[in-house]
Design a protein around this ligand. Structure first.
Ligand SMILES: [Zn+2]
Length: 236
């Protein structure tokens, strides 16, 4: 998406949809373009169409249930740990990863906001927990053992954002997560298909921290993931 040049970006995305009508990334990108241009009706329609394609892809899988695309989202959280989307629309998704994007340059302890985020019933995975980016932002501080203990007791997961300049969580914090028995989910934060290869940085960190494979969300079967999420949704 070309920020600031939305007319051009939308025209390019529409052309890309013509060339590759079943691409989930291109279809979602076009919807995002409409959203940023405040063409909300078209954005809703395009997001709806993208979700229909997910259903179609899952239905057309060569071996049924062998390959499935999950409906998911990265939900933006405010410092009180609240998401900026209605819980009703999130309930239709298979999985909700939620992250803080602002403010991320505070120096004082932020344990409270992490505990609030984990206690938010719509949140399943806490994304790029520290908000750290190499040479750009140091990331937030917290009593991480307490955060991971809370995640474990609620059976929620914390993320390794595998993007090289993020590495968030890092090996040191992953060792604390391992000690607390917390589930960990690996995500690439990819904005282009070639960046999916960054998963290897996260795998290396998980290996160095000696995370047990059964606590890694990416190693769960689809049935296990669905059971885990429906268990979380049944929590009072
Ligand atoms: Zn994010």
């Amino acid at each position: 998406m070309l920020f600031g040049e939305f007319d051009r970006a939308i025209a390019e995305a529409r052309r890309a949809v013509e060339l590759d009508p079943l691409s989930l990334i291109i279809n979602a990108d076009l919807a995002e373009g409409y959203f940023y241009q405040r063409r909300y009706d078209e954005a809703i329609e395009q997001f709806r169409r993208t979700l229909e394609i997910v259903a179609q892809v899952n239905q057309d899988a060569v071996v049924p249930n062998e390959f499935s695309v999950l409906h998911s989202i990265e939900l933006n959280l405010n410092p009180r740990g609240e998401g900026d989307l209605e819980p009703g629309c999130l309930a239709k998704l298979d999985l909700v990863l939620a992250s803080f994007h602002f403010p991320l340059r505070l120096k004082d302890d932020q344990t409270g906001r992490y505990l609030a985020a984990l206690r938010n019933p719509v949140v399943h995975i806490l994304g790029h927990p520290r908000g750290r980016i190499y040479n750009y932002r140091a990331g937030l501080s917290a009593d991480w053992s307490r955060v991971f203990a809370e995640a474990s007791s609620l059976d929620k997961a914390v993320e390794i954002d595998c993007f090289p300049d993020r590495q968030d969580l890092n090996v040191e914090l992953l060792k604390l997560a391992r000690a607390a028995g917390t589930r960990v989910s690996l995500g690439t934060d990819a904005h282009h298909p070639w960046q999916l290869a960054f998963i290897e940085f996260g795998l290396a960190a998980a290996w160095q921290a000696k995370l047990p494979p059964e606590r890694v969300v990416n190693f769960m079967t689809m049935a296990e993931i669905r059971r885990w999420i429906s268990g979380l949704r049944r929590q009072p």
